[in-house]
Design a protein around this ligand. Structure first.
Ligand code: HEM
Length: 211
């Protein structure tokens, strides 16, 4: 998540102390120092989430030749078209969750390949993958890998929902505010249009049409 800073997590309700402690669990490269050397130090709130791989090539080498994408904007970058006629209904229902829905489907959609579909040994069949029938990522989630303190079910289904929602937040943290403001603007414009129409009628009321 090369575009997301640790301190952005404060918008999700974490205190600055929690963010500081969380960031300090990671080491980042900084510098150069006065001698011109790069050095390592514990991360602070203003650092971006460090990548688990030093570069794309190393990421690809560690994952059977396919590098995992950056997650910062992925929820917005993967918004599969829903096609006709669904996209017409989407205009009225304001459906805009293609990205998180895609991520959820991908995470929960791993299955055995149907008869006749050949999948290389290093790939995993998933009919939801946007670029083909199989992808290099093995199923990353399994039941019970994360403990929830609020008693939520510790299932792949729940994890996939949460990860997809988190990635959408990371891709557009101000989405809720943007939509709320947009709604108010539409109401304002509607009232303004009515006022304009009434003013126009009042201004032109005194003029008679030519015979
Ligand atoms: C909960 C954790 C994870 C999530 C939510 C996740 C999600 C995703 C998503 C959405 C894609 C993109 C698919 C696309 O391009 O449309 C992807 C690709 C990929 N991921 Fe993950 N991933 C996770 C963990 C991992 C882990 C732990 C690894 C490696 C050990 C990994 C390796 C890959 C690779 C190699 C690709 C590229 C696949 C290809 O192009 O064939 N992912 N992942």
């Amino acid at each position: 998540m090369s575009l997301v800073s640790f301190r952005d997590l404060e918008e999700l309700g974490y205190s600055p102390e929690q963010v500081k402690a969380f960031a300090a669990e990671y080491t980042v490269t900084d510098g150069p120092n006065a001698e011109g050397d790069m050095f390592e130090r514990p991360a602070v709130g203003s650092d971006k989430f460090p990548s688990p791989f030093p570069n794309t090539e190393a990421a690809a080498a560690a994952n059977n030749g396919a590098a995992p994408p950056d997650f910062s904007l992925l929820a917005k970058a993967r918004a599969p078209e829903r096609g006709f006629p669904t996209f017409i209904f989407d205009i009225f229902t304001l459906y805009a969750e293609n990205g998180p829905d895609y991520i959820y489907s991908l995470l929960t959609g791993y299955q055995d390949p149907p008869a006749g579909v050949e999948v290389p040994d290093t790939a995993h069949y998933n009919p939801y993958f946007i670029a083909g029938p199989a992808l290099a990522m093995a199923p990353p989630l399994s039941d019970g890998v994360v403990t929830y303190e609020d008693g939520s079910p510790e299932t792949v289904d729940q994890y996939a929902h949460d990860v997809a929602a988190f990635m959408m937040w990371a891709a557009e943290p101000k989405l809720v505010e943007r939509k709320a403001l947009g709604f108010k603007v539409m109401i304002f414009l509607s009232i303004f249009a009515i006022l304009l129409y009434l003013s126009k009628k009042a201004v032109w009321a005194g003029l008679k049409e030519r015979d």
